[in-house]
Design a binder for this molecule. Structure first.
Ligand SMILES: Nc1ncnc2c1ncn2[C@@H]1O[C@H](COP(=O)(O)OP(=O)(O)OP(=O)(O)O)[C@@H](O)[C@H]1O
Ligand SMILES: [Mg+2]
Length: 368
């Protein structure tokens, strides 16, 4: 370490003053080190301290007065403490070592074996790992943010296309059909050229094209959602699926009011339901799908559950899985877009339950 290296801020959580003195001396014996050591003697004081002061690394005594070291570690990990925590113990115990690691400790050191070289190395490694983890977490946040914005942009673009299709192409097709039918009436079925398609055939094709363009516009953005709201839109999606997949029975249990659902969450819920129903119909071989939407405490919970053949979720859960479909990943991204949690509960032969849960009254990127 060079003399112009930054000072390392160390928080020692230790209830024994003698141990504090020993550790301070060991730290002072690390060659060329610049550090600032703050000492507190309880978890409570540590939390207070961390609220007002950052640190680079915490040294936590496993045996604090009346406090279970592992519990303290877990509480600190959940709190404001972003620094790596190294656990110190009077004597080594493999089980506690494993438990500490599982609870997020950066290292586990025996006080009896503590010497400057060991402590310096442990702190250096812990800080390096924390820095690397920080970079990974930052880039993950960036990716999540980007994918949220992509989903939002896609929804906006779909809305624009649906409107365009409806207002320009749809309106023109309707006008052409009207004019053709009027012509047909005027001609009274006479004077048709002897060859080529009849006016009636052309009108039929046009009629099909109009229906098709309406179908595409509706898929892009179901106008029922904007006209009648999420509850009507869900019933409409369920009715449509029921018509297409008549061998599957879809039970719905909607226990919310229209005003319970924030505006920007509505299209997210509808898209997830559409994909979940499509997946169940395409892949599950189920005969029943249960769909429920309810308010529970401060959360809105959507559940789509089928009694079909299920699948191995591990194969599909990674974000980088490029071979799988876009459906499950898209559902997760949409759910997270509004600060939600998305869970898949499935196993081979055990059906599939998709659950999305959103906190109400707080949106992450939504405007409500
Ligand atoms: N309800 C379900 N029951 C059984 N298997 C399912 C179910 N939902 C999804 N799967 C399995 O998970 C895979 C991935 O689903 P996903 O929706 O991501 O993609 P996809 O439906 O295959 O394609 P896409 O949705 O992109 O058209 C499916 O191919 C299927 O094997
Ligand atoms: Mg799918």
């Amino acid at each position: 370490m060079k003399t112009d290296d930054p000072i390392i801020r160390i928080l020692l959580i230790e209830d024994d003053e003698d141990d504090y003195v020993i550790i301070r001396d060991i730290l002072s014996d690390i060659p060329k080190w610049r550090f600032q050591l703050d000492w507190v003697s309880s978890a409570h004081q540590a939390k207070e301290h961390l609220l007002s002061m950052d640190c680079d690394v915490c040294l936590l005594d496993y045996r604090l007065d009346n406090e279970d070291g592992i519990e303290v570690l877990k509480t600190l990990k959940k709190s404001e403490c972003k620094a790596p925590i190294i656990m110190l113990t009077g004597y080594g115990d493999h089980e506690i070592d494993m438990e500490a690691m599982k609870a997020g400790a950066a290292d586990y050191l025996e006080k009896g074996n503590l010497e400057p070289r060991v402590l310096e190395r442990s702190i250096r490694y812990a800080m390096d790992r924390a820095r690397a983890l920080n970079v990974i977490q930052k880039s993950e946040r960036g990716l999540r943010e980007l994918s949220s914005r992509l989903v939002e942009a896609q929804e906006r673009e779909r809305m624009r296309l649906a409107k365009e299709l409806h207002d320009s192409i749809g309106a023109n097709l309707a006008a052409i059909k009207y004019m053709l039918e009027a012509k047909q009436l005027q001609m009274g079925g006479e004077n048709e050229p002897p060859e080529g398609p009849t006016l009636e055939k052309i009108t039929d094709l046009l009629r099909e094209t109009i229906v098709e363009s309406q179908r595409i516009a509706t898929n892009l953005r179901p106008s029922i959602l904007d006209d009648m709201g999420i509850l009507a839109a869900i019933q409409w999606v369920v009715r449509k699926s029921q018509e297409v997949y008549s061998s599957i029975h879809i039970e719905t249990e909607i226990k919310i009011m229209e005003e319970d659902v924030p505006e920007s969450l509505k299209i997210i819920i509808l898209r997830i339901i559409q994909e979940a129903l499509n997946n169940a119909a395409k892949h599950s071989e189920a005969d029943t799908i249960h769909l429920s939407l309810e308010k529970d405490g401060g959360f809105l919970t959507l559940l789509v559950k089928d009694n079909g053949k299920g699948f191995h979720p591990e194969r599909l859960q990674t974000r980088n899985n490029l071979s799988g479909g876009m459906g499950l990943q898209g559902m997760r991204e949409r759910a997270e877009l509004y600060g939600g949690i998305f869970q898949i509960d499935t196993a081979e032969g055990k059906g599939c339950a998709l659950k999305a849960k959103w906190p109400l009254g707080k949106s992450v990127s939504g405007s409500d």
